[in-house]
Design a protein around this ligand. Structure first.
Ligand code: F3S
Ligand code: F3S
Length: 114
């Protein structure tokens, strides 16, 4: 089992989860963050710190966000990141999984376009 970041993170990117993951397996895309399914050790540390409750153990993922299991996993192929064993030296990817890129921009949080 692994943890998954679902749609509430999109355009929010609080990043509290980054500070608590002991294995640095949470990677930054353009509009959301992604948990590496091969690197997550299922420690549960990230789930309670997310202010918008975007993080779920995969079996508890709400049905409306079921696609995010695949989205988190596929991001690492789509972005070309692969499995580097830690996000720190990778940095923000500047891209997203196509599923996330297609989410309507309804939440304006003051983030610039870069
Ligand atoms: Fe996103 Fe929540 Fe982490 S908003 S960046 S999953 S703390
Ligand atoms: Fe990291 Fe543990 Fe979450 S390994 S992604 S903090 S479940």
């Amino acid at each position: 089992m692994v943890y998954v970041i679902a749609q509430p993170c999109v355009d929010v990117k609080d990043k509290a989860c980054l500070d608590v993951c002991p294995v640095d397996c949470i990677y930054e895309g353009e509009r959301t963050l992604y948990i590496h399914p091969d690197e997550c050790i299922d420690c549960q540390a990230c789930e309670p710190v997310c202010p918008v409750e975007a993080i779920f153990p995969e079996p508890e993922l709400p049905g409306e966000w079921a696609a995010y299991t695949r989205v988190n996993a596929e991001f690492f192929q789509v972005s070309g990141i692969g499995s580097p064993g830690g996000a720190a030296e990778v940095g923000p990817a500047g891209v997203d999984h196509p599923f996330v890129a297609a989410v309507p921009r309804t939440q304006q949080k003051g983030q610039g376009h870069g």
